[in-house]
Design a protein around this ligand. Structure first.
Ligand code: NDP
Ligand code: MG
Length: 394
């Protein structure tokens, strides 16, 4: 039996000022008789957070960059909003007794602490921050099992798999097929990627509006790599049960294939508000603000296998999902820094997977790491990536 939705779902939006966070607040505002923004967090963009607080009047706000405390004037935030600072304050909010649901919309491994705290407290958790599962998937899933925390995927592919899985018995599942738009460089050869990628082009995603880190990840297909790892832990799958198909229209968000050969999919226009809303309303479905498919006109849906030679990040993702242990934490941290170096203009686009691969090979693998060890390796991989130089340029 799925758990019942509370009459008023009191929500903490971690990463409220980001792309997921602002979409989440739109969903909450459209359903304010059943959903309430009770706590909002941001890292550095405190003016945006203050503006959101004036609009949504939450009880709590957190600014995780504690160095900003001195800059913020006494009446920047509404009178009724209690403002606190630092990453510890995010952890406190995530497990607060007056919060029912925590939406994890922080980008990167920085999202792990808040997600962990929410899961430890047995909350209902909408998990957009895939890095949490990439870094510490097995530990996170064990914790959720222990506390009874309900993990609801927000990533569109994983939400699609979650929804399609409701159409059959778990033991009858054969495989899942994650779809990928292919990003702005779909169909490009390795050579063309070497020559023609610019930061501006990498940031122009054809179908989704997202934060800069995930947009670059989508262009390199590292995003799909992280999603393969996310799916492995979230749905407890063998690596052979996960496939990826390029689907440029981003309408079919993923497929689930059962042992009898029947394939179920979830379709909707590309808008993150739908998977966000479903995570906030599950097991209910609400009519809302989201554009729906127009079934009076023709649609074309294309599917192609991915090009692993041009986009080696995806191959890396399958390898990391297969090996597990410390690999996810190392790949994720290395990639976060590599993306930043690419955006800063001091790493070539095609060097992102190359450098991540080098750092993975060079790390001290452990098949069953503790959380402390994963956090230590995250720091190690970041330093390695800061210093990484292509063997060609030495
Ligand atoms: P954005 O960059 O748009 O937003 C990130 C949010 O996290 C902001 O609120 C930011 O605060 C906050 N943040 C950044 N660094 C820290 C930190 N060190 N500590 C605490 N908070 C921090 O990212 P997205 O919304 O695009 O992505 C968020 C997550 O959701 C990612 O894990 C991504 O992979 C996942 N996701 C996103 C999708 C999308 O459509 N955007 C789709 C599927 C998954 P501030 O604004 O103050 O900097
Ligand atoms: Mg996705």
């Amino acid at each position: 039996m799925p758990p019942e939705l509370p009459d008023m779902n009191r929500i903490a939006v971690l990463g409220a000022t980001g792309s997921i966070g602002t979409s989440c607040l739109d969903v909450i505002a459209a359903h304010n008789s059943r959903l309430q923004a009770t706590a909002l967090t941001a890292h550095g963009r405190w003016e945006s957070l203050a503006e959101q607080c004036h609009r949504h009047q939450p009880r709590f706000a957190v600014i995780s960059d504690a160095s900003l405390r001195a800059q913020i004037g006494g009446n920047a935030f509404p009178y009724k909003t209690e403002v606190s600072f630092g990453p510890d304050a995010i952890e406190k909010i995530a497990c607060h007794p007056d919060i029912d649901t925590v939406v994890c919309g922080i980008v990167g491994a920085a999202g792990l602490r808040g997600a962990w705290s929410a899961i430890e407290a047995g909350k209902r958790v909408g998990i957009a921050n895939k890095e949490t599962l990439v870094v510490a998937g097995p530990l996170v899933m064990q914790l959720a099992e222990k506390t009874g925390s309900l993990l609801l995927p927000v990533d569109s592919e994983h939400s699609a798999v979650f929804q399609a899985l409701l159409g059959g018995r778990r033991q009858d599942l054969k495989r899942i097929v994650l779809t990928a738009s292919g990003g702005p460089f779909r169909g490009w050869s390795k050579e063309r990627l070497e020559r023609e990628v610019t930061v501006e082009r990498a940031l122009a995603h054809p179908t989704w509006q997202m934060g800069p880190k995930i947009t670059v990840d989508s262009a390199s297909m590292m995003n799909k790599a992280l999603e393969v790892i996310e799916a492995r832990w979230l749905f407890d799958l063998e690596i052979e049960q996960i496939a990826v198909m390029i689907h440029p229209q981003s309408i079919v968000h993923s497929f689930v294939e059962f042992v009898d050969g029947s394939v179920l999919a979830q379709l909707s226009p590309p808008d993150m508000k739908l998977p966000i809303q479903y995570a906030l309303t599950y097991p209910e479905r609400w009519a809302g603000t989201i554009a729906t498919m127009d079934w009076t006109r023709s649609h074309q849906l294309d599917f192609q296998p991915p090009d692993l030679d041009a986009f080696p990040a995806l191959r890396l993702g399958f390898e990391v999902a297969r090996r597990g242990g410390t690999c996810g934490a190392v790949l994720n941290a290395a990639n976060e820094v590599a993306v930043q170096r690419f955006l800063d203009g001091n790493l070539k686009f095609t060097e992102i997977p190359q450098a991540c691969g080098d750092i993975l090979i060079g790390h001290n693998f452990d098949a069953q790491p503790t959380l402390t060890e994963l956090i230590r390796l995250d720091g190690w991989a970041r330093k390695e990536m800061q210093q990484w130089k292509s063997s060609q340029s030495i």
